[in-house]
Write a protein that binds this ligand. Structure first.
Ligand code: SAM
Length: 176
């Protein structure tokens, strides 16, 4: 896998109901090649859960809460990055991924509740993972897989305390 700089921006998170889904957005991003997640709400519970996993399973995934989403997007673009907003109203993933794949620095934005209209204009690409409503976790997973073209399956996670030994049957792990 090449060393692309990919981060997630999670907007619209409601601490009272989205903690599990937002944590899964981060963990899915981490497993599939993102470097970290910006969370546009204050929620130390999510930050701690993600840190606990990263501590045990390795790598340097960051999770920063309480970011201002507009500033995050604008600063990302100002530093030369591109912004992909995942939305069912966008261009269907297979029709646009070829244009996005060469980008070296990418911010992938996913919503929770209704996403502010301004986001559609700020994004370099509004990308649909089909034109049907479903889930931010599924959209992110499919997007990252198409972006990395499968190479994310071979990522390594330095300084892990535990590793799975792939087995056809049973559960085998190795403490490091
Ligand atoms: N109803 C909300 C709206 O109109 O913005 C979307 C809610 S949906 C549960 C939460 C997030 O999942 C969306 O903001 C989007 O990032 C992602 N999502 C859901 N379906 C999608 C699709 N077909 N393609 C891309 N992203 C999708």
């Amino acid at each position: 896998m090449t060393e692309k700089e990919v981060a997630i921006l999670r907007i619209g998170h409601r601490p009272e109901r989205d903690q599990r889904v937002t944590t899964h957005v981060a963990l899915t991003g981490r497993a599939l090649g993102a470097r970290g997640m910006f969370l546009a709400t204050r929620d130390k519970g999510v930050v701690q859960s993600v840190a606990d996993v990263a501590d045990r399973w390795g790598g340097n995934f960051f999770c920063t809460d309480d970011v201002k989403w507009r500033t995050c997007v604008k600063e990302w673009k100002a530093s030369g990055g591109k912004v992909v907003h995942l939305t069912m109203y966008g261009i269907n993933l297979p029709d646009i991924i070829g244009e996005i794949r060469p980008c070296e620095k990418l911010l992938v934005v996913v919503g929770a509740e209704k996403v502010p209209g301004e986001m559609y204009g700020l994004a370099d690409y509004n990308v649909a993972v089909t034109g049907q409503p479903h889930s931010e976790i599924a959209s992110l997973a499919l997007f990252l897989d198409r972006f990395y073209d499968g190479s994310e399956f071979y990522s390594t996670f330095p300084d892990a305390k535990i590793r799975i030994v792939p087995s056809r049957a049973g559960k085998q792990t190795e403490e490091l």
